[in-house]
Structure formats: structure tokens, C-alpha cells
Design a protein around this ligand. Sequence first.
Ligand code: FAD
Length: 492
Amino acid sequence: MSQKHAVVIGSGFAGLSAATHLASKNFRVTLVEKNESPGGRARKFNHQGFVFDMGPSWYWMPDVFEKYFAAFDKKPSDYYDLIRLDPSYAVIYGEHDLLDIPANLDEFKQMLEKIEPGSAIQLDKFLEQAAYKYQVGIHDLVTKPSRSLFEFTSPSLLADMLRMDIFQSMAKHVRKFFKSEKIIRLMEFPVLFLGETAENIPALYSLMNYADIALGTWYPKKGMHEIIKGMVSLAEEKGVNFLYNSEVEEIEIENGKAKRVRLISGDKIEADVVIAGADYHHVDKHLINPKYSNYSEDYWDKRVMAPSSLLFYLGINKRVKNLRHHNLFFDEPLGPHADAIYTNPRWPEKPLFYASVPSITDSTVAPEGMENMFLLIPLAPDLEDSEELREKYFHIIMDRLEKITDQEIRSHIIFKRSYAHSDFKSDYHAYKGNAYGLANTLTQTAILKPSLKNKKVSNLYYTGQLTVPGPGVPPSLISGQVVANEVIKENN
Ligand SMILES: Cc1cc2nc3c(=O)[nH]c(=O)nc-3n(C[C@H](O)[C@H](O)[C@H](O)COP(=O)(O)OP(=O)(O)OC[C@H]3O[C@@H](n4cnc5c(N)ncnc54)[C@H](O)[C@@H]3O)c2cc1C
């Protein structure tokens, strides 16, 4: 039988995963990417000895990466060297109030016990449930294509799901175990990765705490982009043909079938099947004839998007003190900032922010004696984005960063690049300038997410952080595999 030709749009984690899985199952695969380099939101750039990861910086759920590479008889260590960070990260609650989060579980418990007596035992109970959710959630639920309720109706899975706290909020769940505000904030932090606050995220996602506390925070030496490099090398080994600087302008559809993709250059690529790893809204609304769209503009407008972000990539000509590799600045209350993201979208008055300094762990990402710093403020999608606003917020967080860590940083900056809504839109066609896709709220979970298949075009599929299973690097990797399995099932 002649090989079927799959065209994959986008070289993010999801597109790379889908392309590699298909190529390893006898599809001829062409991957088209609008940018000049692979990785999508996980690209990198270099500037005079500084190597900046542009997006993800937290390597969580190492087992998901192991499983990904194992599907091709490989290991992450065939492509990159991982180290476990210790402390995993630091939480800064205010001046002289920094908590180093130890990687070791016993030390973690001792730390909690000092804050709230009795909390170590509570943590054991909390983690026991979280471990169970992780096993069922990450190794079973997320691998479902979520195209029908029937996928979830096996008696054992139904019983599992009843134990998974799907209908309780994470905020309530955490408060059943802990009373200290400090511990509650620590336990609620991981769900921020899912694009909403703990009030609106199902307690199922305490599985993220298991990932954080039990499985640990890891770092690939030379940076997160090493994962992309490894994935591209594996994809090439399986025969995937990469076309960079190749933006798709239209997916041409005839008689209910995607026939070919037309690039901005005018070139056309014939296809037996198309898998769109570019932002779902962009594909659904801009790359296909509107009569084939899966969803209306109104539908999209009502989705809860995960936040956008204002980012700064900084090169600093000295070593910094009082900072770790990952630093969460929780020195202001979360409530007003969350309100500015989700309820009354606006630029926040007193933003929380995150600072990453990978050069503290890795001397290869900055010139000797210097520091590589990445700052991130989560923001509501679709806000006005201007140079003036970026500068204003740069100084708001720098004032706090310098005061809390007791040092001058601004006068040592020798490279600075900002990145926000308009960049997400122009670089990735991100709907409303989102950074992390669609939030994992209860009403946007599993079959309630935008479907991974087009309902009117029999050979057009979607993958990535706006469809199942959700935002983040591990889910995007899984999304590519889930869609590839559907394609293989339906096209053989
Ligand atoms: C600042 C930031 C920090 C993050 N931090 C973390 C973290 O620490 N840990 C974590 O797990 N996750 C993190 N995430 C989330 C994670 O990076 C994403 O969920 C994941 O990378 C999304 O992958 P994707 O393949 O779905 O999409 P993308 O990476 O966006 O890939 C889509 C690709 O499609 C391409 N494309 C778009 N339109 C077209 C077109 N018309 N033609 C051709 N190509 C097109 C784009 O250029 C892009 O390369 C972060 C994200 C951001 C932005």
C-alpha cells in the first residue's frame, strides 16, 4: 500500500509529537512551520553569549518525557542531560521572607511543620490522593481523545472518576488539609499552570502537587530548548521533512476533505491528512473556509483563555544574589491580580511575577560572571499592549525585585528584550495573544474542550494546547500522540 502523506502545521511540542508518531507508523510526513526555527512557544534565541529560552522553563512530570521517547525506543538522556533542582524553587512572600522549597520530601515536610504544626501528616494524606489522581489522570484520562462520553463509561473508570474530585474546586480541597495562608498559596501555585485560579480549577488537579512535590522540578542542561532539539532530531530520524519559513495561508478543502495546504509563498502541498498544531482558533477561523469551521466566533469569545504574559529577557553583567533558579514573587496578594486577569481584565495594579535565573544552575546560558534572567507577569489576554505599558511594568517589578533581593540590577542590564500580547499574535497567531492556550476549567475539560477533529472535514485534525488534554509541555506532547493515534486508527 502506498504511504499516506500527512501534513502537520506547526513545530511546537504537539506538532512535533504528532509528526514523529505518524512517521514511525509508516506515514510520509511534512511539517510546515511559519517561523525560521522549531519549537513554537519553546523557541530560543541567542545574544552575545546569552541563550534565552523564550517560553517554558519548568520541567515537570519527567515520566511523561520518558514515555514519549520510549515510544521510539529512546530515552531523554539520548538527547539531553537532566538535573533535579534543589531547592526546587523559592517562594518570596515579602522582604526577608523567602521559602526555599526542598527537593527532598522529608525536608519538605519539616519545612511545612515549622509553618503549621500537624501539616506534615496532612501532607501525607493530601499526597496519597494526589498520587492516585496522577496515575489515573496522566496515564489514563489525558490519553483519551475525548470525542465521546462513551470513552469515560467503563465501570472501573467511572469509579476512578468519582474518587478524582472533579466537581470540587482546588481551593476548597486544599483548605480541607491546610490552614496556614503560606501553605495554601504554595499548594495552590501549581494549578496556575493550568490557566485559572484554584477557585475555578477542579481538585482533580492536585495531581499537579504530586508532580511538584513528589516527582520534582528538573532542568535540561543548556536549557529547555534542548528538548525541542532532541525531538526534532528524532523526528528527522523517523523521516519527517521540515519546512521552515513556511506559513500556511489556507487549507484547501474539496468535497469535505482537506486536499492540500497553500503556503503564503503560493506553493501548494498535497495531503491525505492534515494535522493542525497551530493555535486552534487561527486554523478554525483563518485557514479554512468558514463553512467548515468547528466553532463560531461567539463560541471562541466565550472560552476562558489561559493568561497571556509580559516577559523580559535580560542579560546582566554581574552575578546576582538572593535569587534561585526559579523564584515566585508572592509578595502581593493574589486576589486583585487574579481579578485583573479573569474577572475585570486590565493591567494589574500590583502584579505577582516570576523570575527565572537559569545561569545560577547552568554556566552555558550566560557569559562568564554574568547572569541570564527571565521575568514573567501573567496578564489577561487581549489587553492593550504598548512599549510604554511594558516599560511601566518593568519598573514596577524591578523596584520590588531590587528591594527584596537587596541589590541593584537595572544598572547592570546589558541586554533587554520584552515580549507580550502583540508578539504572541504575530509570532504564533495566538488568539487574543494568549501564552498558554485554553484554561483547564471544569467546563473546558475532556469532551468539553474544542474537539481534536473537524466535524465537517473528515481528514482534518487539531492538536496542541487549545484542545485535549490542555496547556503545558507534557499535555502538548500527549496531545500530539493522541491525535496521531486517531489519525492512524481512521486512515489505515
Ligand atoms: C512564556 C511561557 C511560559 C511557559 N512556561 C511553561 C512551563 O514552564 N512549563 C510547561 O510545561 N509549559 C509552559 N508553557 C506552556 C507550553 O510552552 C505550551 O503549552 C506548549 O509549548 C504549547 O505547544 P503547542 O505545540 O500546543 O503550541 P506552539 O508551541 O505555539 O506551536 C504552534 C506552532 O504553530 C506555528 N504556526 C502558527 N500558525 C501557523 C501557520 N499558519 N503556518 C505554519 N505554522 C504556524 C507556530 O509558529 C508554532 O511554532 C509556557 C508557555 C509560555 C508562552
